[in-house]
Ligand binder design. Structure first.
Ligand code: CUA
Length: 327
């Protein structure tokens, strides 16, 4: 039974690994589909080599037969030990190398351009509309399905790596350099992106959402995103808006259309509509915002934002209500 249990758990792990918003084997884009095909081709190619070698070893060990000449034995070793592996692995190598120019080529003219800056431990994202107007947000990429995207990647501190496994390859963000990545998402959905290079204590909590939507939805979102923050409509949110300025939150954060114009931390203009809080650390919602404002360090070790635990509970509630209203 132990063996059966082991096999069952291994099968479960394999099955889970092949599905989901962060799986390179469940592609939602053109480049990721090519990479997934390559993975399976490599897997089957290795299986052929493995079966040929192990099959021969099993045959030699268990099948009774008359002794063969040394020459015949040598030929078998050469064919199964060198010729077949060289042909199979050589073909896979040539095929894999042949894919590189296509994956590295810049996106065609007129492709959507998005700038992403990696910072310890979040992502500054600048989307651009058709007229070249730029809008900044954080920890969220919005991509129209079926449109090639050219990503321009930078870092403000250490080396990070940008990776959306379900959409394409992984590219490092190196201090002093600007690297590029081309993606063409094909299937609408919410995918998970991660930092794939160890970059300090809270590297684990440097995730982001990549939302692939129809072109029409994307244009509507971009038009809304370019606008200023919504005026708070409830009394508690209005109180939160004043507290935001009084407590100096605006020294680090910008909220367009208000006096808050800090650039150190994430732009919060539409923070209430984002999928997560703290670059993947917490699910969205006022409770998460309140926990984050009160003590970010407890949630994300080494974070640059100070804690605001000293504020009375009703003030934390008001701040959370205000940020939640920024849709
Ligand atoms: Cu950024 Cu790891």
């Amino acid at each position: 039974t132990r063996g059966a249990l082991g096999t069952a758990s291994a099968a479960l792990v394999l099955a889970v690994g092949c599905r989901g918003p962060q799986s390179a084997l469940d592609p939602g884009g053109r480049e990721a589909a090519q990479l997934a095909d390559l993975f399976w081709l490599m897997t089957w190619g290795s299986a052929v080599v493995w079966l040929a070698s192990v099959g021969l070893a099993v045959y030699a060990a268990y099948v009774p037969r008359a002794p063969i000449s040394t020459d015949a034995a040598n030929r078998l070793v050469v064919v199964f030990g060198a010729v077949i592996p060289t042909l199979v692995l050589g073909a896979l190598l040539v095929h894999g190398l042949g894919m590189i120019p296509g994956l590295l080529a810049p996106a065609p003219r007129g492709a959507l351009e998005i700038e992403v800056v990696g910072e310890q431990w979040w992502w500054r994202v600048r989307h651009r509309d058709a007229d070249g107007r730029i809008v900044e947000s954080a920890n969220e990429l919005r991509l129209p399905a079926g449109v090639p995207v050219q990503l321009s990647l930078e870092t403000r501190d250490v080396i990070h790596a940008f990776w959306i496994p379900a959409l394409g390859g992984k590219v490092d963000m190196i201090p002093g350099r600007r690297t590029q990545l081309r993606l063409e998402p094909t299937r609408p959905g919410v995918y998970r992106g991660v930092c794939a290079e160890y970059c300090g204590t809270s590297h684990t909590w440097m995730a982001f959402a990549a939302i692939v939507e129809t072109q029409r939805d994307h244009e509507a979102w971009l038009a809304h995103e370019l606008g200023d923050a919504l005026e708070p409509t409830t009394a508690i949110a209005r109180r939160g808006a004043s507290l935001f300025l009084e407590n100096g939150c605006s020294a680090c954060h910008a909220i367009r259309g208000t006096a808050a114009d800090g650039t150190v931390g994430p732009d919060l203009t539409h923070v209430g509509s984002r999928h997560t809080i703290g670059a993947g650390r917490l699910d969205r919602g006022p409770e998460a915002l309140r926990r984050w404002i009160a003590d970010p360090e407890r949630l994300k070790s080494g974070v640059h934002m100070p804690a605001f635990e000293m504020l009375p509970g009703d003030e934390l509630d008001a701040l959370a209500a205000y940020l939640e209203s920024l849709r």
